[in-house]
Design a protein around this ligand. Sequence first.
Ligand code: HEC
Ligand code: HEC
Length: 514
Amino acid sequence: MQRSFRIFIKNMKIKTFVLHVIFLVGLLSWVSDNENSWIQPGKGGILPAEVAFSNPNGTLGYVNVDGDINMEGHPFFEPLGTNGRACVSCHQPKDAMSVSTQSLQQRWNETQGQDPIFAAIDGSNNPKLPQQLESSHSLLLKRGLFRISLPWPVKTDNGKTIKPEFSIEVVSDPTGVNVDPELGLENGNISVFRRPRSVANMTYVMSPDPVFNIKTGTLAVTDPETGKVVGMNMMADSRHYTQKQQALDAYFGHLQGHNTLTDVQLKQILDFQNKLFMAQSHDKWGGKLVENGEPAGLGPHNMKAGKVHILANNNRDPIFHWFNNWKNKETMPQSLNAEQKDFRESVARGNDIFMFREFWIRDATHINSLGLGNPVRRSCATCHNGQMTAQDLAPGWVDLGTTTYPTWTENHLANQKSDLPIFKCTCNKNAAPHPFLGRVIYTTDPGRALISGKCIDIGSIVMQQFRGLSARAPYFVNGSAKTLHELVDYYDRRFDIKYTEQEKTDLVNFLSVL
Ligand code: HEC
Ligand code: HEC
């Protein structure tokens, strides 16, 4: 064996040998990456303190302040409920602690739809459809959406019913779930379909706003247990004020748990979420994003080191800091190739576009209705104003228009070809109307209004953090933007911005390295 190998090597030209080695090393790293890409609930193993996972644009890096995480017995990774799912099922490290449609489709194919992530309860369009059919899970497979069933009329976490300012009718529902006598509106439930949100960098997401809530004009909400002010930037509708409430709800809902989570388990889940930091760490075109001297807004270590709750929509200390080292090819390190230099310049321009390129923001409730004027000439960073994550520092719900007619992402109402259920909300005569849509509003997801019961909140969705975007397509609460390009195109249409193709590319490149 050894001898023939030596002869084989001898006969091989050096160049071919090198190529073989490169190929083998590549194959090995591909295999190991694939092996640890999808984390199965209950599989055990170690999630290293520093680890990176590949995605279509490069790799996403993680840093865990608590060091290596033993996944065996850890409540985030164990199937604690009755359906075989764990938190990690829908919050996968490879997919930026959310889950991408690419992974979902792969799961469907590899397991013939048997993976617990497709559980009838919320992993299908309607639990009463034949679950073995791919078409019964189309919203999950095509748009990455889970069914969220909420009580209607509104019930608060302590079971109190709030009298809403509007009534809801189902205009059309391709899933059938909202018109089902048992699961639907008739029986006090409304189902909307939403993307999972990233569960990392949570110290930023949870950072509390000062005592006054600018969106409601009232005092901020407090955590009933600690009496401390809460931030209200979690979930698309901010329905849970604390991570504890949220985790318990996920246990009973997504995991179909019949028992409860112990205090020890809750602490482990919260510790994990709050000590895990993530950001893109390598880009296919731009190279390493985490070398010394690179932009302070990139990479997981900068996420870990960053300050939370910094209002940064200004030119002193902007949202993702400055990209000065990336502004000019001439001053970039010699070791970079031309392609890498071009890409870095494009990202630096994208950052400036995000921060400073102005357009007319109009008819967006909870921005244009706050006394800034309508329209108001500002930039992306006006709404996305928090440093490092670009979430709103105030409670983050805004009616951008993704779910409300006529600016929604679905087809025009007349041909009713929306994949999503469409609701008609009719506000009471004495309620304050929605400032731009009046008292009759068509929507695929009333958002915050399903919790507050207020007409003015219809269509308001809480902004997500901007991290790990490359690993978790599609985008927006309803998974309507398949790519970052489609996301930018939506804004271009919505606010008639008239970006040039170059500006769009720069913005996309910029978003893809966060
Ligand atoms: C079946 C998929 C699924 C499972 C399993 C799941 N989640 Fe989620 N998670 C979601 C979806 C969907 C949302 C967004 C819901 C919304 O916006 O209304 C979400 C949102 C969250 C958020 C809010 C993040 C933010 O920044 O807004 C946290 C935190 C979270 N989940 C933690 C957990 C924990 C802890 C568990 C396990 C106990 C869990 N999830 C299990 C689908 C899931
Ligand atoms: C009027 C306020 C407002 C402005 C201006 C604004 N956004 Fe947003 N943005 C939102 C809201 C609200 C959401 C959540 C909407 C949803 O999920 O449907 C959002 C979500 C996002 C997301 C997260 C998507 C995801 O799925 O994680 C990105 C990225 C984004 N916006 C980029 C931009 C860019 C780029 C611009 C400038 C062209 C911009 N935004 C301007 C309000 C705004």
